[in-house]
Design a protein around this ligand. Structure first.
Ligand code: SAH
Length: 234
């Protein structure tokens, strides 16, 4: 699968792929990463990519011309390209989107900077628009990386053990139960005793109860939905 980062600041993005799971996926040719800088497509003398907002307002807005030309070129090179814009004023990115988008061949993430991107670019080129949460970042690069990382984990072959995908939070309405590593006794603190006894059906029952407690604490609304669904199913 290929990801193209459309960004004025490639350096911010590159480092993320230089270690661990995504680095290995690139070495194994499962993932391909490319960068395109809209500044390279400017037609003005000073390679300017932004200007003050029409109609007033604070800050600079990214101009249409460099992004139109960048995206025209990318679409010309690959008609299967799926263009995603990052902006805080969009639907929230969720695990289901990560799984769905992992089936695409080629995604381009378009990062805004300053006060954002001229709306005409988004209207013309966006296949989808996502926010990663209700807060304002200085640019779309981190948001693109968040999406790229979450999507990549769902691409076949990226994770060594595909089972780890099946039992995670957001795969079910409940959050994942707590995990414990070795040693069993660390400075006098032990995991719940059922975890240590090795009776898998009892461990499963306990994990569901712990998942429910976690969900009740952190996402009470989700638990309510889950309970309603369960009572419907009966
Ligand atoms: N003026 C805009 C914010 C611009 S932030 C507003 O009030 O809505 C600059 C850029 O950062 C945006 O164009 C977008 O690409 C990125 N960005 C900031 N916060 C984001 C978020 N929560 N999710 C996705 N992208 C975000």
């Amino acid at each position: 699968m290929k990801f193209t980062f459309v960004t004025l600041f490639k350096n911010i993005v590159e480092g993320y792929f230089q270690d661990s799971i995504l680095k290995r996926a690139i070495q194994k040719d499962i993932l391909h990463i490319e960068y395109v800088n809209p500044r390279d497509f400017t037609t003005n003398k000073h390679q300017k990519v932004d200007d003050t907002a029409v109609g007033g307002g604070a800050g600079m807005v990214m101009n249409p011309q460099p992004l139109y030309d960048t995206l025209d070129e990318l679409k010309k090179q690959d008609s299967s390209l799926h263009v995603v814009f990052l902006t805080p004023v969009a639907k929230p990115f969720k695990q289901n989107d990560a799984k769905r988008l992992a089936k695409k061949e080629h995604i381009a993430f378009v990062s805004g900077r300053y006060e954002g991107i001229d709306e005409r670019v988004i209207e013309t080129y966006a296949d989808e628009v996502f926010s990663i949460g209700d807060y304002i970042l200085t640019g779309g690069e981190l948001a693109s990386l968040v999406m790229c990382d979450a999507i990549s984990r769902n691409v076949t072959g990226v994770l060594g053990n595909s089972q780890s995908l099946e039992v995670e939070s957001f795969e079910t309405p409940l959050l994942e139960a707590p995990s414990f590593s070795k040693p069993k006794d660390y400075e006098g603190i032990c995991p719940p005793s059922e975890y240590l006894k090795g009776n898998h059906s009892k461990i499963r029952t306990l994990k569901i109860a712990l998942s429910e407690s976690k969900t009740k604490f952190f996402r009470p609304q989700e638990l309510l939905k889950h309970r309603t669904r369960k009572s419907y199913e009966k």
